[in-house]
Structure formats: structure tokens, C-alpha cells
Design a protein. Structure first.
Length: 153
């Protein structure tokens, strides 16, 4: 199981916490991880891995494949942005960033950018994402396939 641990709802950087659910005595304890007494934390820490503090975005575009965790590290407070976004590929083995890519989605013109707030990675080469236009009152669903995401680059 993988979870993100943010210091506040407005942060775009967080820790990834990896743990085996069968080793956690109470399924709600992981929500309280930052506030646990030191003794209780050290008992759990032998059974969990915690990443360094890394850019993960707002946490709604976070998913995993067999070998990697993927996050679209965007800022959820941006509205109607035409900025590029970043994909973080994080190794499950050591919870370190392996690769970073930038991407941009637009419709007709680069000025009409589609800033993705939610996404799920289906495999190491494909993700599906949702774009919401509050001014036009509509949602768009995008499937994005990369030629090479996993490779020896």
C-alpha cells in the first residue's frame, strides 16, 4: 500500500509512505502517522518505508504500476493554466525519483491548455486524465500514450 503524507492541504511536496497493510495494527493509524508518539512510530517504522520530501503535486494524480509509482506533480490551485505539467516516476524499491518528464495538453491552440487535475496511470506508457472547465461547465477525459516512458534513457 502506498500513501502520501502532506504537511498541509496547500503543499505540493510530500512524503510517500509504503507499508504492508497486514503489518499495521489499525487501518486508521497511518492517517495519524505524523502525530504518533515516538515509541509507537518506531514500532511501525520497521515495517514501513518513507520517501524523502519530494514534489508530488496535490495527490489526486497518484498511482502505481508493477515497478513504479507515478505522480503528476501539478499545482491544484492553478486555474485555466497553459503551463506544462510534470510526471514523476518513482521507484517502488527505494522510493526515489527515477525520471521526470514534462507534458502539455491543449485543444487547437497551446493557449487553450488543458491542465490535468486528476489522472490514473494504467501502465508505464499510458494514463487517463480528466480536465474540468468550470467556465464552460464541462469535463473532458483524455487518454495519453507515450512512445517511451520506461527505458534506458
Amino acid at each position: 500500500m502506498y500513501a502520501t503524507m502532506y504537511k498541509s492541504p496547500h503543499n505540493t511536496r510530500a512524503h510517500i509512505v509504503a507499508y504492508k497493510l497486514k503489518n499495521v495494527p489499525n487501518r486508521y493509524i497511518m492517517q495519524k502517522l505524523p502525530w504518533l508518539p515516538w515509541g509507537q512510530f518506531t514500532r511501525l517504522a520497521s515495517k514501513i518505508k518513507i520517501s524523502p520530501y519530494i514534489k508530488l503535486g496535490h495527490g489526486q494524480a497518484f498511482s502505481a504500476t508493477h515497478k513504479y509509482i507515478y505522480a503528476i506533480a501539478n499545482d491544484h490551485l492553478l486555474r485555466h493554466s497553459s503551463q506544462s505539467e510534470e510526471i514523476m516516476q518513482i521507484s517502488k524499491k527505494d522510493l526515489q525519483i527515477k525520471r521526470i518528464w514534462t507534458f502539455k495538453i491543449w485543444n487547437k491552440s497551446a493557449k487553450d491548455g488543458r491542465y490535468m487535475h486528476n489522472a490514473t496511470f494504467l501502465n508505464d506508457n499510458k494514463f487517463v486524465a480528466v480536465y474540468h472547465s468550470s467556465t464552460k461547465h464541462r469535463f473532458e477525459y483524455w487518454e495519453v500514450t507515450a512512445m517511451v516512458i520506461v527505458g534506458n534513457q
